[in-house]
Design a protein around this ligand. Structure first.
Ligand code: SF4
Ligand code: SF4
Length: 119
C-alpha cells in the first residue's frame, strides 16, 4: 500500500492522524525540513502555497481546530505527512475524515483511492 498527502490542500486539521489505527500519518511543521518525506509526486508536495480553493473553504471555519497554521502544537496545525504508508490496512477512516480531500492511497493492485469529505 502506498499513501501520500496532497500537501497544498492539507488544512492541518489532524483528522487523519487521529483516526488512523496504524499510525500512517504524522503532523509536521510546514516550515520544517521533513515536510516532503512521503511519496507524493512533486506537484503535490509542500511548496509554501496552499490551494486557494481549500483556503477559501476552510480558513474561516471555527470548528475547534486550527487551519493552515505553520506549526503543529500536538493537536492541530502544521501539515500531514504519510510517513508509514506501508502499514495501511485500508480501513478507509482517513478517506472519510479528510477535510482537504487530499489523501491518496494506492493498493497493491494499483487501484487508487482518494478522500472525500461529507458535505
Ligand atoms: S485507510 Fe490506511 S491510512 Fe487511512 S486511516 Fe485506514 S489504515 Fe490509516
Ligand atoms: S485529514 Fe486531510 S486535511 Fe486534515 S490533516 Fe489529514 S491530510 Fe490534512
Amino acid at each position: 500500500m502506498q499513501v501520500y498527502v496532497e500537501k497544498t490542500k492539507c488544512t492541518g486539521c489532524s483528522h487523519c492522524h487521529d483516526v488512523c489505527p496504524v499510525a500512517v500519518f504524522e503532523m509536521k511543521n510546514r516550515k520544517g525540513n521533513d515536510v516532503n518525506t512521503d511519496p507524493a509526486p512533486a506537484e503535490s508536495q509542500w511548496n509554501g502555497t496552499s490551494d486557494p480553493n481549500v483556503v477559501s473553504k476552510w480558513s474561516n471555519i471555527n470548528d475547534g481546530h486550527r487551519h493552515f497554521a505553520d506549526d503543529n502544537d500536538g493537536k492541530t496545525g502544521g501539515i500531514s505527512v504519510a510517513v508509514n504508508g506501508e502499514a495501511c490496512i485500508m480501513c478507509q477512516s482517513c478517506l472519510l475524515e479528510c477535510e482537504g480531500e487530499c489523501i491518496v492511497i494506492t493498493d497493491n493492485d494499483n487501484n487508487v483511492y482518494r478522500s472525500i469529505y461529507g458535505k
